[in-house]
Design a binder for this molecule. Structure first.
Ligand code: EZ4
Ligand code: CO
Length: 402
């Protein structure tokens, strides 16, 4: 079997997605997600102009050699654009392998290591009362793990809390919006939020929180320590993820488990964090970190240090990535949890899939390959629209990490 053709689909059914379709001379095709929120066209042109011409006529079963060719062979390595493009190819090739062998991809990764994939939902509210109502709503849906974010008194907008009642969606169409930030107000508020949530909902529920890169190591240490009585599953991205050594300070001060890595792209971005046992969960995703071929190695390395996985799973990764993540999560040994932000109706219709949610767990389904498709006719009705993530400034106007 040979790769006969490959094409990039860019569509916007609710938000932008970049999908690579690889077709073989035997009529089998595979899909890969290359979506990079706010920088979609960079990955699309990297694929069309620089990657597709190099993979034609190759054997699609050679996932390791093709991965090495695109990574080592390109001389220029790493970074979100490159690694998302490599991931899209890798995912599509594993999809082809599964379809050619008539088996779901998880069987090619070691087979099922568990019955289902524990997922966490997002609960949020303008204040503590509203956030608690949203936790109750997600509990009623069956979720066993819930991330909680709430508005901060004195700040107009906060990460993870949408304006109005709609689901949280990080990207906004048009140019980037700007909002203001105060670390002091945030640090004073968050322990109160979790005190209330634990008091109201008891000990069984797994609670998570995303600091979204905004603190210094010692500020994160203070927050982690103050959250200890509420036993979080994890405190996510307390500081900017590329500052690997900064995590040492946090670790020395608190037993609150730490997760990071959704913006990281390779083993070289996390190996100090893992080797020094400064984190408990890696957040790297298949799409932004080079696909199955790369993430399997990162997970195996992390497993040696009792670090588990918690793949990023926002709406800005397509259902192709969600499907791929569920195969990965079901198969690897040191799986921790999977983020689940359900896609909107339009997205789900453009990407029909076999995965499903039931009683707090997700299941990839038993369709051969990834079990996800792209309805290209329907996708054409939703053309790309420029969109960006917001930009953040401190109250005095200093540019800050969003
Ligand atoms: O801000 O996916 O844990 N989830 C997150 C996400 C990220 C977006 C960025 O595109 O932090 O909401
Ligand atoms: Co996050």
């Amino acid at each position: 079997m040979k790769i006969a053709k490959a094409s990039v689909n860019i569509c916007s059914p609710g938000r932008n997605f970049v999908t690579l379709k690889i077709e073989t001379d035997e009529g089998i095709y595979g899909l890969g997600d290359g979506t990079l929120n706010g920088r979609e066209l960079a990955v699309a042109s990297y694929l069309s102009e620089h990657v597709i011409p190099c993979i034609l006529h190759r054997d699609p079963f050679q996932t390791e050699d093709i991965w090495q060719y695109l990574y080592r062979g390109a001389y220029w390595r790493r970074g979100p654009v490159t690694m998302s493009a490599i991931a899209a190819v890798d995912m599509a090739l594993w999809d082809i392998k599964g379809k050619a062998l008539s088996t779901p991809v998880y069987n090619l990764l070691g087979g099922r290591s568990r019955d289902g994939v524990l997922v966490y939902a997002h609960a949020h509210g303008a204040g503590i009362d509203e956030a608690c109502d949203d936790v109750a709503r997600h509990l009623a849906m069956g979720y066993k793990a819930i991330r909680v974010q709430s508005g901060i008194p004195g700040l107009d907008a906060t990460y993870g809390v949408p304006k109005g009642g709609q689901p949280y969606e990080p990207a906004e169409r048009g140019l980037p919006s700007e909002s203001r930030w105060s670390t002091e107000k945030y640090l004073n508020h968050v322990p109160k939020l979790f005190a209330r949530v634990r008091e109201q909902f008891g000990d069984d529920l797994h609670l998570l929180h995303d600091c979204h890169h905004r603190l210094s190591p010692i500020e994160a240490a203070r927050l982690g320590r103050e959250l200890e009585p509420f036993h979080l599953f994890w405190m996510e991205d307390p500081i900017s993820a590329e500052f690997q050594e900064g995590f040492r300070v946090i670790r020395e001060h608190t037993t609150t488990p730490i997760a990071t890595g959704e913006v990281l792209n390779s083993i070289w971005d996390v190996h100090e964090l893992i080797r020094n046992q400064w984190i408990d969960y890696t957040r790297l995703t298949l799409t932004h970190a080079g696909g199955f071929t790369a993430l399997k190695k990162i997970a195996d390395f992390a497993g040696l240090y009792h670090v588990r996985t918690g793949c990023h799973g926002p709406t800005d990764l397509s259902p192709v990535c969600m499907a791929a993540a569920l195969h990965f999560d079901l198969a690897i040994h040191n799986f921790g949890i999977q983020e689940h932000m359900p896609h909107g109706k339009e997205t789900d219709e453009v990407f029909p899939h076999s995965y499903r949610f039931e009683d707090g767990y997700m299941f990839p389904g038993d369709a051969p390959g990834l079990g996800v498709d792209l309805d290209e006719k329907l996708a054409a009705k939703f053309p790309y629209q420029r969109a960006y993530l917001p930009v953040l400034r401190k109250l005095d106007g200093t540019l800050w990490d969003w």
